[in-house]
Design a protein around this ligand. Structure first.
Ligand code: PRP
Ligand code: HPA
Ligand code: MG
Length: 179
């Protein structure tokens, strides 16, 4: 384990099994349709890459980059678009793919923003959910794991742009983000 980690919360095998289940569930729910997965950069990229390989209906993907956390471990609440979608989502069956729903502020903004673009349907898929930290209600359709209120990194999730490449999800030692 990386020396900056307190404990591994979800190991590679647990993540792999759950991502397979989510892919199978989405495949069942979208029979006969085409999906547009919208990955929210950068955190969701690893989850999206693994998830789409477990989906067996026609699937395309696009990306959006927004930022609320910046370099820190606390949400600023103000969401900025850093990179917008390449194409229109009008009439498409859209699934927003996130790595984590924490306060819900990022997703609340994204859902409002995307609904205004006229998709045929809009669902949310997140790998992790921290329900105890929610400030606004967001309708999560697919959730990998509900986790306790601890700052986690790995499998796409960062602290100050680090640790995204860890193959597991771990709790960062508090002294690392306090220092
Ligand atoms: O529910 P919330 O409290 O809004 O937090 C969740 C958001 O925060 C993180 O993004 P971040 O701004 O750190 O960008 P990143 O994905 O590039 O790390 C995460 O990827 C979610 O998008
Ligand atoms: O626990 C977290 N880890 C990394 N990024 C995050 N963004 C919201 N919560 C988290
Ligand atoms: Mg981040």
């Amino acid at each position: 384990m990386h020396p900056h980690m307190k404990e591994i919360l979800l190991d590679e095998q647990q993540i792999k099994e759950r991502v397979l289940q989510l892919g199978q569930q989405i495949t069942r729910d979208y029979q006969g349709q085409n999906i547009l997965m919208v990955g929210i950069l950068k955190g969701a990229m690893i989850f999206l890459a693994d998830l789409v390989r477990n989906i067996d209906v026609p699937t395309s993907f696009d990306f959006m980059a927004v930022s609320s956390y910046g370099a820190g471990a606390v949400s600023s609440g103000a969401v900025r678009i850093l990179k917008d979608l390449d194409k229109s989502i009008d009439g498409r069956h859209v699934i927003i793919v996130e790595d984590i729903v924490d306060t819900g502020l990022t997703l609340q903004y994204l859902v409002e923003n995307m609904k205004a673009r006229g998709p045929a349907s809009l669902k949310i898929c997140t790998l992790l959910d921290k329900p105890s930290r929610r400030k606004v209600d967001v309708p999560v359709d697919y959730n990998g794991f509900s986790i306790p209120d601890e700052f986690v990194v790995g499998y796409g999730l960062d602290y100050n742009e680090r640790y995204r490449n860890l193959p597991y999800i771990a709790v960062l030692k508090p002294e690392i983000y306090r220092s």
